[in-house]
Design a protein. Structure first.
Length: 272
């Protein structure tokens, strides 16, 4: 019988299954107490990951831990209240992560914030704060996490960007600047850290139904304008972003790095 390099069918089936699971992998998710971050935490947990959850408010974080422990009692879920815009907190987060075991397999930089104003109306404190929260936190957490991620043959960073980093939207120039820089950071780190076994990718959501977007979308005229520019004619759900993030964390995407996946209902592809 000719030799097969593919191995027995049973092994192939197990490999195929494992490509779509995260069992035994430790993931750190920021901004994990609500909205997209909470959906990401739930998605990664459902795929078998152990989670370290970070957000500023402790109570909703603990609620999330209790929910996940009930659903997945054989996995580990821990939470830390911290502000990723503060560098001392960022260092404390990674010290905490290092204490948990054998490094990290996944880092999801999701935490973010915004103040929408005309460009000339921002105070220096406002625009610097947005940069700290959206961009500098992701850069510094990625750098601090590098030694932990590099302990594994294959690990992943996923940055939650925005379509505002790819085209003009009405979220304000500062927010767009931070997300555009995040996308470029993703591409650069993907090239620089590929030799270390670290894949770096991003997602770029359009309007997603969260507490943060409830204000703008409550205006019927604005809501209609958003739908008119969205070929799928609806607002996205946090779980739809989480699905894209999860794919970029999975072994199934092991040859994907430096990419930015738009989760936008076709918004970026819309013509006239």
């Amino acid at each position: 019988m000719p030799h097969s390099s593919q191995g027995p069918p049973g092994i192939l089936r197990r490999m195929a299954t494992n490509r779509w699971r995260l069992d035994g992998q430790l993931a750190l998710v920021t901004g994990a107490s609500a909205g997209i971050g909470l959906a990401i935490a739930r998605e990664l947990a459902a795929l078998g990951a152990d989670l370290l959850l970070v957000a500023r408010n402790e109570d909703p974080l603990q609620d999330t831990v209790e929910e996940l422990e009930t659903l997945y009692p054989d996995q580990s879920f821990r939470a830390m209240a911290a502000d990723v815009a503060d560098d001392e907190d960022r260092q404390a987060i990674l010290d905490w992560a290092e204490d948990q075991g054998d490094g990290l397999s996944i880092l999801v930089n999701n935490a973010g914030g915004n103040v929408t104003r005309p460009a000339v109306d921002y105070t220096e404190d406002e625009w610097r704060s947005i940069f700290e929260t959206n961009l500098f936190s992701a850069f510094e957490l990625s750098r601090y996490a590098h030694p932990l991620l590099a302990r594994h043959a294959s690990s992943a960073i996923v940055n939650v960007g925005s379509v505002s980093g790819l085209t003009h939207v009405r979220s304000g120039v500062v927010y767009g600047m931070t997300k555009a820089a995040m996308h470029q950071m993703t591409r650069n780190l993907a090239c620089e850290w590929a030799a270390d076994g670290i894949r770096v990718n991003a997602v770029a959501p359009w309007y997603i139904r969260t507490r943060r977007t409830s204000g703008p979308l409550a205006d019927p005229d604005y809501y209609d304008q958003v739908l008119e520019r969205t070929p799928m004619r609806r607002i996205g759900e946090p779980e739809e972003v989480a699905g894209a993030v999860a794919y970029l964390c999975l072994p199934a995407s092991s040859y994907v790095t430096g990419e930015c996946i738009a989760v936008d209902g076709g918004f970026l592809r819309y013509g006239f």
